[in-house]
Design a protein around this ligand. Sequence first.
Ligand code: NI
Length: 172
Amino acid sequence: MAIRKIITPPNPLLKKPSLLVEEVDGRIRALVNDMFETMYDAPGIGLAAVQVGEPLSVIVMDTAKEDEEPRPRALINPRIVWAAEEEREYEEGCLSVPDIYDKVVRPARVKVRYLDLDGQPREEEFADMDATCVQHEIDHTKGILFIDYLGRLKRERYLKKVIKKAKQAQEA
Ligand code: NI
């Protein structure tokens, strides 16, 4: 296992839709292990493969609180097949979008179809924090970041700042 580097803007991969996984093999399971290690190290509650530079439709998540047993989950080729009308607002952040948190409104419950690590198709309902997290991660597989839901001015101001910071880090 290895901790991978998490990419940030302006890396163009973050805006690209991920490819579907054709076969859940050892390579995918190794990638998932790296993603879990990277997510727990960060620490974060969710991570998409594209965030470690692998544009494949693979996400991992664990929304357990610090005093709870870990609940690691890996979803291959996840897609939302149903969403509740009821909404939930949460102040989101993202390991690929550092130094900004903002409120995003999403459906409070969703049904997701995906493949598990044995390549078996599954369908599962996610609610509350799990629903927010899984939708945020599935967005990554479509090239969507949570800041895409914020106003244009807010987003552009943020991106300008983060790109400037990245450039300064490179020059230093
Ligand atoms: Ni994210």
